[in-house]
Design a binder for this molecule. Structure first.
Ligand SMILES: NC(=O)c1ccc[n+]([C@@H]2O[C@H](COP(=O)([O-])OP(=O)(O)OC[C@H]3O[C@@H](n4cnc5c(N)ncnc54)[C@H](OP(=O)(O)O)[C@@H]3O)[C@@H](O)[C@H]2O)c1
Length: 248
């Protein structure tokens, strides 16, 4: 499985922390060319230097997704086109949690920001990068989803709504790209994973009792495998790739 991303041009949004950081590190060590998108220049430079030792052709995209508009998405697409010509993977991973509070107390500014970062920016980036997947043999668009994308759960507000909508976006895209045999669209609900977002959502949880971003890498790799080309399914969760400890 470790060969599946070799030589592929893969963009990871939110590549400077948590799951995105581990993805960038791991895919780069396995020979992928990484387009790392983040909002923090210092962290991006540090990551770029770190992954450069693997010899891939990497690119930094500094973008605060809270501010991303159509023009910004076109600029990102143009930059990638100029540097690589095409793209093989687009992993929409960046997200913010917003407020965990009742709808009646939810701040509308935070509501807008969460939908902008978690949903609208993915729409804009996908819209303008789709053309760059046409010359890829096997392009993949992957949305990092969440358990709260399936059922409304009290206090999860705009975060949950953004993940419901992201799920819809993935289904629409999957149908619209069905004729292009080279593109597959997937979502992955990673489940509880030790990152700063998880800690912010559940500060009293024993952090050592949950898996780390490293434990998710094989799931993301599968999306780039030949086997995934045959999949009719769009939505995946961590447990689809992982047998419970007592199920031997
Ligand atoms: N951890 C879990 O248990 C869990 C469970 C279900 C789903 N998820 C999903 O997994 C994905 C990754 O989350 P994580 O747990 O790894 O969280 P995280 O450590 O907080 O990482 C979030 C990433 O998004 C970036 N980001 C946030 N706002 C941004 C903006 N305005 N512009 C550009 N980048 C921005 C962050 O940048 P900085 O590095 O600059 O902060 C960071 O790289 C998310 O889609 C989340 O919804 C996580």
């Amino acid at each position: 499985m470790s060969e599946v991303v070799k030589g592929k041009n893969i963009m990871v949004t939110g590549a400077t922390s948590g799951i995105g950081l581990e993805l960038a590190r791991s895919f780069s060590s396995k020979g992928a060319n990484l387009i790392i998108l983040g909002k923090d220049e210092e962290k991006l430079d540090e990551l770029y230097d770190e992954i450069s030792i693997h010899g891939g052709k990497n690119l930094i995209i500094k973008s605060d997704l809270k501010e991303l508009d159509e023009k910004g998405a076109i600029q990102i697409s143009d930059e990638i086109k100029k540097y690589y010509g095409n793209i093989d993977g687009l992993i929409h991973n960046a997200a913010i949690l917003g407020n965990l509070t009742r709808i009646e107390d939810y701040q509308s500014k935070t509501w807008d920001e969460v939908l902008q970062v978690n949903l609208t920016s993915s729409f804009l980036i996908t819209k303008h990068l789709l053309q760059l997947t046409s010359s890829s043999n096997e392009a993949r668009i992957i949305f990092v989803s969440s358990r709260v994308s399936n059922n409304g759960k009290a206090f999860w507000g705009a975060y949950s709504i953004s993940k419901f909508a992201q799920r819809g976006l993935a289904e629409i895209l999957s149908e619209e790209t069905e004729v292009n045999k080279n593109i597959k669209v997937f979502t992955l609900d990673p489940g509880a994973t030790k990152t700063k977002m998880r800690f912010a959502a559940r500060p009293s949880e024993d952090q050592d009792s949950i898996k780390t971003p490293k434990d998710l890498i094989h799931c993301f790799e599968w999306f780039f495998s030949d086997e995934s080309s045959l999949s009719e399914k769009v939505h995946f969760k961590y447990s689809d790739f992982h047998l419970p400890k007592d199920a031997t």
